[in-house]
Design a protein around this ligand. Structure first.
Ligand code: OFO
Length: 162
């Protein structure tokens, strides 16, 4: 049986995931405005993926007979001065989300809520990948610095994300 405390925490995580989607869409908009179409593509795909994370929790709560209550989303930042600044923010955000998922996993464990603990395992694994992929891009951008050819190459690479 899922407690009210856990229901509230999962509802809050829906908000966190929708905000992730909103933040990456805002980064996509900023990249589009600066003609970085590849970076924008990567962020748009990431935004869809985050919407998917929110929906997984939405469906889980409904599946266990709990009501989803959507919360208010904050306005995301809208301008980043460079691809590095945006991806550094994305990495910081993924670390924040990892902490939120770990808190949820801890709550599930404390409450001996094995069904939710099992459900959250997917997110624990996903966060390893999310942090790793943002870190890899940040590292590449740091290596490139302000070399235009390197930035164009990476923009092209990230434009291939399906
Ligand atoms: Fe980026 O993993 Fe969800 O929020």
């Amino acid at each position: 049986m899922i407690s009210e405390k856990m229901t509230k925490a999962l509802n809050n995580q829906i908000k966190e995931e929708l905000f992730s989607s909103y933040l990456y869409l805002s980064m996509a908009a900023s990249f589009e405005a600066q003609n970085w179409q590849g970076f924008a593509n990567w962020m748009k795909k990431q935004s869809f993926e985050e919407y998917g994370h929110a929906m997984k929790i939405f469906d889980y709560l409904n599946g266990v007979g709990k009501k989803v209550v959507l919360e208010q989303l904050d306005k995301p930042k809208s301008d980043w001065n460079s691809p590095l600044e945006a991806f550094e923010d994305a990495l910081k955000h993924e670390i924040h989300i990892t902490n939120k998922i770990n808190e949820l996993a801890k709550l599930a464990e404390d409450e001996k809520d094995f069904a939710t603990a099992n459900f959250l395992q997917w997110f624990v694994t996903e966060q390893i990948e999310e942090v790793a992929s943002a870190t890899a891009i940040v590292e590449k951008l740091k290596f490139i610095g302000d070399q235009k050819s390197g930035l164009l190459f990476l923009d092209n690479e990230l434009g291939k994300r399906q």
